[in-house]
Write a protein that binds this ligand. Structure first.
Ligand SMILES: O=P(O)(O)OC[C@H]1O[C@H](O)[C@H](O)[C@@H](O)[C@@H]1O
Length: 316
């Protein structure tokens, strides 16, 4: 049988109104996909609301996803953009989150798909699409609820435009006691060759070096990756100052943050990649770098009825 290209889903038009932007969209029990008239596309699993694919208009994948990543809900996805909430790593000394698994429950929970909206300003060439996902104490599974018994709701929005991908999180405290949390957008960016990578935008910033006894250091110059790297930066420049990943001197990604004060830079390198059962191929560490926007040094306190919003925009 010959594989025919799928026909774009034409959205209904109403006489008198301009035609709706044409976004190709699918939604089933496990994932949501969308693509723009200009060719860019995204794929999001309901498990963890994990973005597992972001392709540019030429169909080239921008996110790294392990060949051995579990996509069936049995384990957090190794790759894409897992969402870390309400704890980064583990926090044995922080009573409220001490019982939670590494990186919390958001990446292991099944999210609800709340809907999509698309918009255009001048025509199909600038159509964008936003997908909204929800997780709350009402939909959280019993086990996670028993480990973190707060009343909350989260809306996570993934917006694709021809120029960039944005992910934003809004956490609301619907309960009667303050909530303390950490949050991180754990983005695995796909690159060609780690030895040619430079990360700029974090010069003069203080960081915690997790591979050197959590010592505090100050970045001098651009970051290059020559071994296992696991650092929590608190950027010296504001969130709108981009963190740029360059390959062979050419900027390949730029990450701008909104209300996310920290940036984690992670590459497991050879030995750690070997030790992770779901990391394939084993030399895949040469093809990825995690630039993770979040708020993970200390805790964000959310009073009853308050909401926190944080976002990142990645341009390629
Ligand atoms: O293996 P995971 O639980 O997905 O964590 C993967 C990595 O996430 C972050 O980048 C942390 O800083 C690392 O210490 C951790 O190894």
């Amino acid at each position: 049988m010959v594989d025919r290209p799928k026909k774009p889903l034409a959205l209904a038009t109403t006489p008198g109104l301009p035609p709706q932007p044409q976004v190709n969209f699918t939604h089933d029990n496990s994932r949501v996909t969308a693509s723009l008239p200009t060719g860019e596309s995204i794929e999001v699993l309901l498990y963890g609301a994990t973005v597992i694919s972001w392709k540019n208009r030429f169909g080239i994948e921008r996110l790294w996803l392990s060949d051995a990543a579990k996509l069936d809900g049995s384990k957090a996805v190794r790759g894409g953009i897992p969402l870390v909430f309400p704890v980064f790593g583990t926090a044995p000394d922080h009573a409220a989150t001490s019982k939670l698994p590494q990186h919390g429950f958001a990446r292991n929970s099944r999210w609800e798909f709340l809907g999509k909206s698309s918009s255009e300003s001048t025509g199909p060439s600038d159509t964008s699409v936003k997908l909204d996902f929800g997780l709350s104490s009402a939909t959280l599974d019993e086990q996670a609820k028993s480990l973190w018994p707060y009343t909350f709701s989260i809306i996570y929005s993934v917006t694709l435009t021809p120029e960039n991908l944005s992910t934003s999180i809004v956490v609301t405290n619907d309960g009667e006691q303050p909530i303390e949390f950490q949050v991180l957008l754990h983005t695995y960016l796909r690159i060609d060759d780690i030895s040619k990578i430079q990360v700029t935008g974090l010069e003069e910033s203080e960081y915690i070096d997790k591979v050197d006894a959590a010592s505090t250091k100050t970045q001098s110059g651009a970051i290059t990756i020559t071994g296992e790297t696991d650092r929590v930066y608190t950027p010296a420049k504001g969130p709108s100052h981009p963190v740029v990943v360059s390959e062979d001197g050419e900027a390949v990604y730029s990450v701008v943050r909104d209300n996310l004060k920290d940036v984690v830079v992670w590459n497991p390198w050879q030995q750690k990649a070997e030790s992770m059962g779901d990391f394939e191929p084993k030399d895949g560490y040469k093809k990825m770098i995690c630039i993770e926007a979040g708020s993970v040094r200390g805790w964000t306190t959310l009073d009853p009825s308050d909401a926190f919003e944080g976002a990142q925009t990645i341009s390629d």
